[in-house]
Design a protein around this ligand. Structure first.
Ligand code: ZN
Ligand code: ZN
Length: 178
């Protein structure tokens, strides 16, 4: 039922259109659907609340989404389900870019009748919210720099007193980063 996610701007009702729904991860993960890179790491449906409304010549999409993505902790390397969320803020306008002044450059121009796949819009938003460094938990203790054990699971055998080690300060900075 992908058709539910296709919108034709020219045919948008005067009342606009609203979504408050779970977008199936099977669609967002499927590279055969849409044209924006599929989010193959998704491990949950994405809850999406959004409203598309026409204001003059501009179609504004305003909303919020949240979902879970399989990631690897940048401290301890363990795989975990990263809770990600973000806003959907878009402005669309019918026509080619050259038809309009440069002052409207924050708009996406769509050739009439203005076919938009909301799955692609949502994917763009998910990629925009992507962070390269994510941690499994604020309290993640990471891996020991000396012996490599996961300090969340095991007690390190290294000597704890290395405070005079030249890299001790750097390591503490890393752990407190975020
Ligand atoms: Zn971790
Ligand atoms: Zn160690």
């Amino acid at each position: 039922m992908q058709g539910r996610w296709l919108v034709t701007l020219q045919n948008l009702a005067a009342t606009g259109r609203q979504w408050d729904t779970d977008v199936p991860m099977a669609f967002l993960r499927n590279p055969d659907i849409g044209s924006v890179k599929a989010v193959s790491e998704l491990v949950s449906d994405v809850h999406w609340q959004a409203e598309l409304a026409r204001v003059g010549d501009i179609f504004r999409l305003h909303g919020h989404w949240q979902g879970k993505i399989k990631r690897q902790c940048s401290r301890c390397n363990a795989a975990f389900d990263w809770s990600s969320e973000g806003c959907s803020e878009w402005a669309f306008q019918l026509g080619g870019e050259s038809d309009h002044g440069e002052s409207e450059s924050t708009c996406e121009y769509v050739m009439p009748p203005g076919e938009i796949n909301m799955l692609d819009v949502l994917r763009e938003d998910i990629w925009l919210a992507w962070k390269s460094d994510v941690i499994c938990s604020d309290s993640c203790r990471g891996l020991c720099q000396g012996c490599g054990v996961d300090l969340n699971r095991e007690t390190c055998q290294c000597k704890q007193d290395n405070s005079d080690h030249p890299f001790a300060v750097l390591r503490d900075l890393n752990l407190n980063d975020e």
